[in-house]
Design a binder for this molecule. Structure first.
Ligand code: ADP
Length: 587
């Protein structure tokens, strides 16, 4: 299993800046609109302070008060309109950026080489693809516009307090330092705590996925108690991780709530004293206190988002972490192969940096031949099959078709050369046509012909023909039909070589004959490399390659190898013994 990493802070910061830069114009527009809205919002308390001073000095006329009231109304309307435009620009930016995050996730997952995709924890990947993506998307959509609005308001309100009275401004800012200390304390602890919470959530999902996918094994070996115990332990770890973030929040929020009130109280006290001594007007004290009171709302919004950003920041780190896994390297050569011959030269392969499971294999596959690969379990047959089909590339040595490394071929060109046929017959949610043209775009006439080649008569009876929806809410195909569908894809791809691995090994006997017939039709006029699980396949092949402990130990016709009396001859004798009447069938 390859654990999925989380990105470091620097990588997350760079990725976030990159996302912002991709939509620079929206970000600039958002900041400008927010600044204008905040400026308009400042006018209210300012004008109110003027009115208070004028009334206190006994020089206020009714028309002056009316004019000031009208100005306050106009400023409020302007603030609402500007704030709304800022918000809608922000939401549009957020939705576009969220779509980018989703696309990036898909690109990365689809870019995993098959060897990586098969070995990453499915539960963790599913959590990253669903809750992490949607946490980041929601935050991108809502957080930036709302934080910008709030930050703009807070900044302008503070500037306004300084404008009214620098002394009261200093007092206000000093008294806010309590909130700054609480925030610093929280930010030091929150990122790791949220990463741990989400990792524990993913581990729990993995635990449940493993139990569900292995339900048969759990039942047969009576592992229910053990799985329950490990499930409970995973729940306990997730619970503890959540309690840790909850504890941080229960300290942080009350602390900052209290610290909003302190500046207002201090300004009223000091301002009141200054006013009684005649050093400050009542209007200035009232305006400063009103401004500081106004500060609570934007600061509260920022802090709520700060908390939300910790959790979605951890989600973002988990999504960006996927970028550190190896991707399918871009094809080094798009040069079309100069022939159909497949050559393996000194090929070595190791899984996940472990020991070599292929230890220098040399093999030439002759165009048009039927080559069976046999050997004990774990000898490296399937691994060789994957290298021959270009699914994986050798760690050292080369696997080429027509002189070009197979794994370097772009998918479209690769499919025309070699295709690996396995037990896996995935039916994608979509129409029958979509399922078929995965292999190659083709007119309907050709799609029907491919279905006919593999004997998929059931297709003609589907309600909407090629437009019939398969999987999910649509028509669900049984195993044999799914197998025929995947063989029809092979017919459409039309490769000159097929690698068969377990293609017929575990067939349901009731369906075996139909599938065998379909397979036989597909094999015609192609080179076939069959990873043989039954030695009958080897007996019927043109040549047999015998693998043992990662090496090719024998190569020749069945008769030659039996006559040579080596490994194959021993395997054949054992198997033949087993297949005499009353014996078992598999090698
Ligand atoms: P065969 O097909 O002859 O049974 P394989 O090619 O499947 O042999 O396996 C060769 C060796 O590689 C075995 O030791 C097996 O345990 C190891 N191996 C196969 N697949 C993986 C994998 N996905 N991850 C790690 N090791 C693997």
């Amino acid at each position: 299993m390859i654990p999925l990493p989380a990105a470091g802070r620097e990588q997350v910061r760079r990725a976030a800046v990159d996302l912002l830069c991709r939509d620079r114009r929206s970000v600039v527009l958002m900041v400008a609109l927010n600044a204008l809205a905040a400026t308009a919002g400042l006018a209210g308390p300012w004008l109110l302070g003027d009115i208070v001073d004028a009334v206190a000095a006994g020089r206020a006329t009714a028309s002056a008060v009316d004019r000031a009231a009208l100005a306050i109304l106009l400023c409020t309307v302007a603030q609402i309109v500007l704030a709304r435009s800022a918000l809608s620009t922000g939401y549009r930016f957020g939705e576009r950026t969220a779509a980018r995050v989703r696309e990036r996730f898909l690109d990365r997952v689809l870019g995993f080489p098959a060897a990586v995709a098969e070995r990453v924890p499915a539960g963790d990947l599913a959590v990253r693809g669903t809750s992490d993506v949607s946490a980041v998307a929601t935050t991108l959509r809502d957080a930036l516009p709302e934080v910008l609005i709030a930050a703009g308001q807070a900044l302008f309100v503070l500037v306004a307090v300084f404008f009214v009275s620098p002394l009261l401004g200093v007092i206000g800012v000093l008294c806010l330092s309590g909130a700054a200390v609480a925030t610093r304390w929280y930010l030091r602890r929150a990122p790791d705590a949220y990463l741990a919470e989400q990792a524990a959530g993913s581990a729990l999902a993995d635990e449940l996925t493993a139990t569900l996918t292995g339900a048969r094994t759990v039942e047969t070996l009576g592992l229910a108690e053990r799985r329950l115990a490990s499930g409970r332990a995973a729940i306990e770890r997730a619970y503890r991780a959540r309690r840790r973030t909850l504890a941080l929040r229960t300290v942080f929020f009350p602390a900052v709530d209290v610290s909003y009130v302190v500046p207002v109280v201090a300004v009223l006290l000091v301002g009141g004293m200054l006013h009684t001594r005649g050093d400050m007007s009542l209007g200035a004290v009232a305006a400063a206190a009103l401004y500081l009171r106004q500060l609570a709302a934007p600061l509260d919004a920022i802090l709520v988002w700060l908390e939300q950003l910790q959790s979605s920041g951890a989600s973002f780190a988990r999504l960006e972490g996927l970028a550190t896994l190896p991707l399918v390297s871009p094809p080094a050569s798009a040069r079309p192969p100069g022939g159909d011959q497949i050559e393996v030269r000194g090929a070595r392969y190791a899984y996940d940096g472990g020991r070599d499971v292929l230890r220098g294999v040399d093999l030439t596959v002759r165009p048009g031949e039927r080559l069976a690969v046999v050997g004990p379990s774990g000898a490296g047959k399937s691994t060789l099959g994957r290298l021959l089909a270009g699914v994986d590339r050798p760690r050292a040595g080369a696997v080429t078709v027509g002189g070009v490394p197979i794994a370097d071929l772009p998918p479209g060109l690769l499919r025309r050369q070699v295709v690996l046929v396995t037990q896996e017959h995935h039916v994608f949610r979509g129409t029958l046509r979509d399922n078929l043209i995965l292999a190659a775009e083709a007119p309907d006439r050709q799609l029907w012909r491919a279905l006919a080649v593999v004997g998929a008569d059931w297709a003609a009876e589907l309600p909407d023909g090629l437009d019939t929806l398969l999987g999910g809410d649509g028509v669900v195909l049984d195993g044999a039909c799914a197998q025929q569908l995947s063989l029809a894809r092979v017919v459409l791809a039309d490769p000159h070589t097929l690698v068969l691995d377990e293609a017929t090994a575990l067939l349901d006997p009731a369906q075996a004959r139909a599938t065998e017939r379909a397979l036989a039709a597909v094999l015609q006029e192609r080179t076939v490399i069959a990873i043989a699980h039954r030695l009958q396949t080897a007996h019927d092949a043109d040549r047999v390659a015998v693998m043992d402990a990662g090496r090719l130990v024998e190569l020749g016709t069945h008769d030659d190898l039996v006559a040579a009396g080596g490994t194959y001859a021993a395997l054949w004798r054992t198997w033949h013994g087993f297949t005499r009447p009353g014996g078992a069938g598999d090698a």
